[in-house]
Design a protein around this ligand. Structure first.
Ligand SMILES: [Zn+2]
Length: 386
């Protein structure tokens, strides 16, 4: 197996946030005509956190816009960075840009990238933070509150096993916590809540600085174009070493005609599979970055806003339980502390591994699947010169 790994692809994964930023800016700067933007993200102790982006306007006529966003969840930016580098090296030079604009965004959550956290310094999951009207912040997720009161402990973490795992029972291949299935727990909590940062999947009370900047930019860009394809890069969910395209199922952010034209899920199955939010172990979210495209698009836009998820631990029941246990324990520990430093470091290490497995086989698979997807989609959009 190991002799088949493309080590050049694996080397695209950066060492850290600053290395990643340097690589992105260097490569982006080599392609003429791009408009760079550097959004400084305020930090309590850091003055070097930036979300960087580059926009190449169409050379002749504005018809299509391709947007690729990376790192909305901090530790997942390692993969996002590698994919952007592959895109800049291999896809960009092969594109016919006469009618197509390209916007690439590096590290939506630089704090989370630098410190290996999923959320921002304010404890906000940015992929629950996009409410253009602000209405979402007034809502309550009562099912999530109920799950927390039943299963979530607010005490220092005392063991690798989170307290909710004490009530775990597996019956006929289904995991239960009391009378709640793991899928019910996930579908209740994962969509997000806007009340308490100490509960799972907090979406904030207002747009975080980088969310506001992204919304502002989209307000400016979207009216210029007809067809918009937006790909948001993530890791952690789904089958090991496999790329899943997640779509919200809301309809507004996925134009069926445009999706059918660009994504042939059968012909492309070597590279990815299409997984609807309703699938077991997956979920719909509120305030996702993709929803901003739907909220800001007009009637003449055709939008396909899609989440690209690369599986890490895998999707077996055992892997899902392991992932959930670690996710809950890390969250509990962050706010309530740990019994000792060894426990803290063990839980944080596993948490990081869930976003970024230390395996060249995984790294190469991420780049290879992305390359296959971008080529197939750009070819169908008639913008690939090959
Ligand atoms: Zn993610």
């Amino acid at each position: 197996m190991s002799q088949n790994i493309n080590h050049q692809d694996a080397k695209l994964f950066p060492l850290n946030y600053h290395d990643s930023r340097k690589r992105f800016l260097e490569l982006a700067g080599m392609i003429p005509g791009g408009q760079l933007e550097h959004w400084q993200i305020p930090g309590k102790k850091d003055n070097d956190l930036f979300t960087d982006s580059i926009y190449w306007p169409p050379l002749e006529k504005s018809e299509n816009l391709l947007v690729v966003t990376s790192g909305i969840h901090g530790s997942e930016t390692y993969a996002g960075s590698a994919i952007l580098q592959m895109f800049l090296r291999e896809i960009m030079p092969a594109l016919d840009r006469r009618n197509t604009g390209i916007w690439l965004v590096h590290a939506m959550n630089p704090f989370g990238f630098k410190y290996h956290r999923r959320v921002t310094e304010n404890g906000v999951n940015l992929n629950r933070n996009f409410s253009v009207s602000g209405e979402l912040y007034k809502t309550r997720n009562l099912e999530s509150e109920r799950m927390h009161s039943m299963l979530f402990k607010r005490a220092p973490v005392a063991s690798l096993k989170s307290p909710m795992m004490d009530s775990l029972q597996v019956k006929d291949g289904v995991a239960y916590f009391g009378d709640v299935t793991m899928d019910q727990f996930t579908k209740a909590t994962a969509p997000g809540q806007f009340v308490n940062p100490q509960d799972l999947e907090y979406g904030g009370k207002q747009l975080e600085p980088q969310s506001a900047k992204l919304v502002e930019k989209l307000k400016n860009l979207l009216p210029k174009f007809k067809d918009i394809v937006a790909l948001d890069l993530h890791t952690g969910l789904g089958d090991q070493n496999r790329l899943h395209l997640l779509t919200s199922g809301s309809g507004k952010d996925l134009n069926p005609e445009l999706f059918a034209k660009l994504f042939d899920t059968n012909a492309d199955k070597e590279f990815y599979e299409h997984t609807p939010a309703s699938a077991e172990g997956f979920y719909e979210v509120h305030g996702a970055l993709n929803s901003a495209f739907a909220d800001l698009a007009s009637a003449q836009n055709r939008v396909c806003a899609i989440t690209m998820e690369f599986g890490t631990l895998g999707h077996s029941l055992e892997a899902q339980l392991k992932g959930l246990n670690n996710f809950v324990a890390e969250h509990q520990g962050f706010y309530n502390g740990y019994a000792n430093a060894e426990l803290k470091s063990a839980i944080e290490k596993e948490c990081f591994e869930r976003s970024y497995p230390q395996s060249d086989e995984w790294r190469a698979a991420v780049v290879s699947a992305s390359r296959g997807l971008f080529k197939a989609v750009c070819r169908r959009a008639s913008i690939l010169k090959d």
